[in-house]
Design a protein around this ligand. Structure first.
Ligand code: SAH
Length: 452
């Protein structure tokens, strides 16, 4: 029997926080998940839903507050799906993320003793995103823009977003005010009507260069000139204004065609000493300050002396590859998206690297072929998507036995799972260093270092 039923109101003690930021209280061993509740708090909750082995409850009031609780500074924190942890002090967030990583190592990796270092956080954990993707829409005859609500495509309308650049606020507010005057209709997802779908802003952290991309439903965009004027008036430092056309019924932001409306086609940025050209659709890390910390750690763990050959699997536009190329004899990068490989090659040229090779394709197919062709690596770096490394790639690692593996991961659960496989195949996890790339959210990035 479940100890609670739907619509029960009760007082509970919150003992833990899940990996997605909900408080956990146990009623006679039965876990209740409570959004916005923090560990150490005694709270009154209203039970929303009970399943066989756990349930969900809504926070009604807080009787005993956590010492780590703060007032969320964002006015739409309660309804916006962008941030989950603004009610937790930054020191509390870093402790929480360290625990998420430790728990994953112990439970999913059966690695309770692996050294997990304290999370490397930011001095100022706000305004860190260099890319904003702002959906526009209509609500009750009013233009709205902001970020989506949790698990929905309803827009939480706002004029400020504290994790994005001040320029994003300026642009968002100004376009919202002027859109109807310019005769530009925001796109409506439900009916597939209207013109302006998203406004994307990218900023080079080091260079300050600014790109605005207007994602429109149609290529024919008679108000383009007026929009350019309005954007230049709002953001006098803008260096590039582009239009991207997406006519599909989809929640993917960009379509295939990108047109220059004004200024340059690209912006430039630097991570450490490496320069990058970023176009409208290029993948580029969204927190460049912490990316430098993350890649610096990866470089450290790679232990390069100048004589090593390195493989960078899942290399994207070659950000890690080029970072490593500064200290390695040769770096080979592989990535499944051909356009990203084009960017990687261009960026290698831009920086004058002659010790790199990039190939488009699935890592699990390209890397075994490289080995077969005699292209061997002393160090293997992987940075897979959330689902972790492909099994075939893990198998190749175990067969080819590179001296060192550096595993960069955005998901502690799949990292722990893959470390277990590598441990069983003869590797030892020396250290795990978490890095906070996304303050105020539940995401945590890690670098793990393995040796044979
Ligand atoms: N290392 C890069 C990007 C990491 S994101 C950086 O730091 O910027 C993970 C990348 O893996 C994405 O670019 C994705 O396109 C790519 N990817 C996904 N599946 C892949 C596969 N099977 N083989 C190679 N690359 C893959």
């Amino acid at each position: 029997m479940k100890p609670v039923t739907k619509n029960d109101r009760l007082s509970v003690y919150v003992e833990d926080l899940t990996h997605d930021g909900a408080g956990v209280a146990k009623v006679e061993g039965y876990p209740l998940f409570i959004k916005d509740a923090l560990p150490g708090e005694t709270v009154t909750v209203h039970v929303l839903k009970t399943l066989k082995s756990y349930g969900f409850a809504k926070l009604i009031s807080i009787e005993e507050k956590s010492v780590d609780r703060i007032d969320a500074p964002c006015p739409v924190f309660e309804i916006c799906g962008g941030c989950q942890l603004q009610h937790l002090s930054y020191a509390g967030q870093l402790k929480y993320k360290e625990k998420v990583v430790r728990d994953a190592m112990a439970r999913l990796g059966k690695l309770p003793d692996v050294p997990v270092h304290p999370v490397k956080g930011m001095d100022n954990p706000w305004r860190y995103r260099n890319k904003s993707q702002i959906p526009f829409g209509m609500d009750d005859g009013r233009v709205v823009a902001g970020f989506y609500q949790p698990r929905s495509h309803r827009i939480a309308d706002t004029d400020i977003c504290l994790i994005q650049t001040p320029e994003a606020d300026t642009l968002m507010a100004s376009l919202k005010r002027n859109l109807q005057d310019m005769g530009i209709e925001p796109y409506e997802e439900k009916t597939h009507r209207g013109m302006l779908r998203h406004v994307v802003l990218r900023k080079g952290r080091v260079t300050g260069e600014l790109m605005v991309v207007l994602v429109t439903k149609k290529q024919k965009f008679p108000q383009a000139e007026r929009a350019v004027e309005a954007i230049r008036a709002a953001l006098p430092d803008v260096t590039s204004i582009m239009q991207n056309v997406n006519g599909d019924k989809t929640n993917v932001i960009f379509g295939n065609d990108t047109i220059n409306l004004w200024g340059k086609d690209i912006i430039e940025d630097r991570i450490g000493d490496v320069r990058f050209e970023i176009s409208a659709r290029s993948f580029y890390q969204v927190n460049p300050e912490q990316t430098e910390v993350l890649y610096g750690q990866a470089l450290d763990y790679a232990g390069l002396t100048g004589s090593e050959t390195v493989i960078d699997a899942y290399c994207g536009i070659g950000t890690i590859s080029l970072f490593l190329a500064q200290r390695a004899k040769f770096v080979m990068g592989v990535e499944i998206v051909p356009q990203a490989i084009e960017d990687a090659k261009r960026n290698a040229d831009l920086n004058g690297f002659t010790n790199t090779l990039f190939e488009a394709g699935p890592a699990e197919e390209v890397i075994p072929r490289w080995y077969k062709d005699g292209k061997e690596a002393d160090v293997l770096v992987v940075d897979p998507p959330r689902k972790g490394c492909d099994e075939a790639l893990l198998q190749t690692m175990l067969e080819q036995k590179p001296q060192r593996i550096v595993y960069v991961s955005c998901n502690p659960a799949t990292l722990a799972r893959d470390l277990r496989i590598l441990e069983d195949g003869g590797y030892r996890t020396q250290e795990v260093q978490p890095v906070d790339m996304f303050p105020q959210t539940t995401h945590v990035e890690c670098v793990a270092w393995l040796t044979r």
